[in-house]
Design a protein around this ligand. Structure first.
Ligand SMILES: [Zn+2]
Ligand SMILES: [Zn+2]
Length: 333
């Protein structure tokens, strides 16, 4: 079938509306008609080929909310017409140790939604049935897209790591990821601190769930303050001070990707059994638990809607950091 896509012809090129051909869904595949798609920083990285995995023409978009328009063999036809979410991962092998162990997001042959295939800035997108996520009552489909990449990225450090509700959690960065991390950590029951370079966002951080807001520059005066620091920032930080802010058994969870390697002193890791971790989105089961958790606690991304035809405006403004906190582009493409 012929579909509409918004594609970049080459590295750094603007997106242009174009046509593409999509085969019918194969076994275990689902075709989604795109209703809404969030714009994530990873889309910018893909457009710039920052990770060396981009192929052009490139159709970005991996925070999709869509309606099931067709299903392949082996897929329950009852899914037709339902509204589903789709994030960074669109398929996995289903039979490696990681898939069988419930960690399909660690599958060595997983298929990313925007690597070697059309993403969600399109009229339609294809996914493996394991990776679509039903949207429960209480979650607005129009605003839900950013949950499926940004949301799960910050839910995983709490849920997948079984963080205690008594934990003292700090979130660095109040942006696309951080504004959701604050909401999740608060609903989790944790004591929540927002760490920011811009205290101008302090009131908003409190509304999002922070018990207190602290300038990053003050961190040095708070050794041992946190059991978990979720770092959404891409910037180089004072790593020794950050590690010193962890309590014994504390953990720095890295989600932002700074340009240079992290310079971490070894002794505080040894003496206090502190650790540094990271995670890539999460499993299909965690995605489902996440949206249920959002419905129960009224957690939602704060989004700015634009029609999909204004995708290049959204990209330009995201480059400048001019969005609170996520763009959602609305179909039809
Ligand atoms: Zn696998
Ligand atoms: Zn993303």
């Amino acid at each position: 079938m012929e579909i509409t896509v918004w594609q970049a012809a080459a590295k750094g090129a603007p997106l242009e509306r174009s046509k593409a051909t999509l085969l019918d869904p194969g076994p275990d595949e689902v075709l989604l008609e795109v209703l809404h798609c969030g714009l994530c920083h990873s889309d910018l990285s893909m457009l710039e080929n920052a990770w060396g995995v981009s192929t052009y023409p490139l159709v970005p978009g991996h925070e999709v909310v869509g309606r099931v328009a067709a299903v392949g063999a082996g897929v329950d036809s009852g899914l037709l017409g339902t509204t589903q979410g789709l994030g960074w991962i669109a398929g996995s092998c289903r039979h490696c140790d990681w898939c069988l162990g419930g960690n399909a997001n660690l599958c060595p042959s997983l298929e990313a939604s925007v690597v070697g295939r059309h993403g969600g800035f399109a009229s339609h997108v294809m996914a493996h049935q394991d990776w679509i996520v039903p949207i429960p009552d209480g979650v607005s489909p129009a605003d839900a897209g950013p949950l499926f990449c940004g949301g799960i990225t910050v839910f995983a450090p709490l849920f997948d790591e079984a963080v205690s509700p008594t934990a003292r959690v700090a979130v660095i960065g109040i942006g696309g990821l951080g504004h959701l991390a604050l909401q999740f950590a608060r609903a989790w029951g944790c004591e929540v601190t927002a760490l920011t370079t811009s205290l101008a966002k302090a009131d908003e951080a409190r509304r999002l769930g922070a018990h207190r807001v602290m300038a990053l520059s003050e961190l040095g005066s708070h050794p041992g303050a946190f059991d978990l620091v979720i770092n959404t920032s891409n910037h180089a930080l004072d790593w020794p001070v950050l590690i010193a802010s962890l309590a014994p058994l504390g953990r720095l969870h890295q989600l932002g990707v700074p340009l240079n390697p992290l310079q971490i002193p070894a002794f505080p890791l040894i003496a206090g059994r502190r650790s540094v971790t990271g995670s890539p989105t999460s499993s299909p089961a965690s995605l489902r638990r996440m949206v249920e958790f959002c419905a129960r606690h009224g957690i939602a991304p704060l989004v700015e809607h634009l029609p999909m035809a204004e995708i290049n405006t959204a990209i330009a403004r995201l480059h400048q950091g001019d969005v609170r906190y996520r763009f959602v582009l609305d179909g039809p493409a």
